[in-house]
Design a binder for this molecule. Sequence first.
Ligand SMILES: NC(=O)c1ccc[n+]([C@@H]2O[C@H](COP(=O)([O-])OP(=O)(O)OC[C@H]3O[C@@H](n4cnc5c(N)ncnc54)[C@H](O)[C@@H]3O)[C@@H](O)[C@H]2O)c1
Length: 377
Amino acid sequence: MNVQTINVSLTSKLNNLSYPIFVGNNLLSNCEDILKKFVGNRKIILIHDDFFSFENGFNENLTTFIKIIKKLSKSVNLIDLPGGDKTKNISQLNFILEKSLSFEIDRSSLIIAFGGGVIGDIAGFAASIVLRGIDYIHVPTTLLAQVDSSVGGKTGINSSKSKNLIGSFHQPIAVISDLDMLKTLPKREFLAGLVEVIKYGLIHDVKFFNTLENNYKDILNYDESKLKYVISNSCKIKYEIIKNDEKENGKRALLNLGHTFGHAIESFGKYNGTIIHGEAISIGICLAFKLSTELGYCSRSETERVFNLFKKLTLPTSLKDIKSLSITPLEMLKKFKYDKKNKNDQLTFILNKKIGKSFIKNNMDENILTEFLNEDM
Ligand SMILES: NC(=O)c1ccc[n+]([C@@H]2O[C@H](COP(=O)([O-])OP(=O)(O)OC[C@H]3O[C@@H](n4cnc5c(N)ncnc54)[C@H](O)[C@@H]3O)[C@@H](O)[C@H]2O)c1
């Protein structure tokens, strides 16, 4: 077992936080030493994606993991939930809270989220509010969660108005990313995760983008060493961006490249699988680059390079690629108003000067935006 550890240290006015992200193969069946320190005879609530439920016949990784935690903890109580964004709602949150309390937990109890970004986001949010906050560990089981949602402590659920509007910042005490978990992940979900990986190159690191451009075939073929590099480097870049801005008062907003468009598009899909998060972000990033070019910030050839990589990966680059979704520019514009980056009714977008150089564009002119949407939708 070859484990790489990335230590996340966040310093804010109120507290200094640090936690490890463990990345490696065959980690879950060998995690006793790693977990000892974190589990330490506590009561555990293990919230897992029902893909791993016993009823679904695939339980090897989860059963091994449960055996290890049972050895280390006072008790293990299970809650299973379906994956997919439909789960990130207030009634599922209430279910988790009531069920957790029924296990007679106390403030030393520990939530473990075992699943993708959806399970991590909702379980992390539950951990941040139950008994006014208890610890949680994330065991991310999708590529998207391993490279993005498990890092940085954003937790939450969707509102009927739009994505991720209800939530909190609550950092995990550890993240355990086992590459072997990705072996059962459908290709569509793997590709969706790759979008967030490419995003890091686009925002901050042109060399990383070049590497992805040159190695995408090996990555798609689950080349273990390249995949491990992709996951750990993504975590490092994200950490680099958030380390001095835990609560997104500045630079952290760059990580939202493509997300103003993407979250709006995703919410029109009603979270029913028509379009999944990474696919919506793929379209969103392409729109953000196109807008950057139309506003004269970014050259056309750079934008074409971005489109080409997403196309080679068979990811959607335009709303026209999602035939069953029809959104008018006006509807889209209304959704932008719910974006959390906006201040004083002014729309904020993340745009690019080139690949590897994103910037925050405040006070986006609504007329320009309407014209852009009229042309591109
Ligand atoms: N908190 C953050 O910082 C952050 C960042 C990015 C995205 N997100 C959120 O993450 C969510 C998307 O995460 P996701 O793509 O992991 O979605 P997800 O958790 O819904 O998982 C995607 C699908 O894969 C299945 N699955 C999970 N692990 C599997 C495995 N190992 N093998 C087979 N199937 C498996 C799930 O059941 C689900 O159907 C969105 O809600 C998004 O808003 C949060």
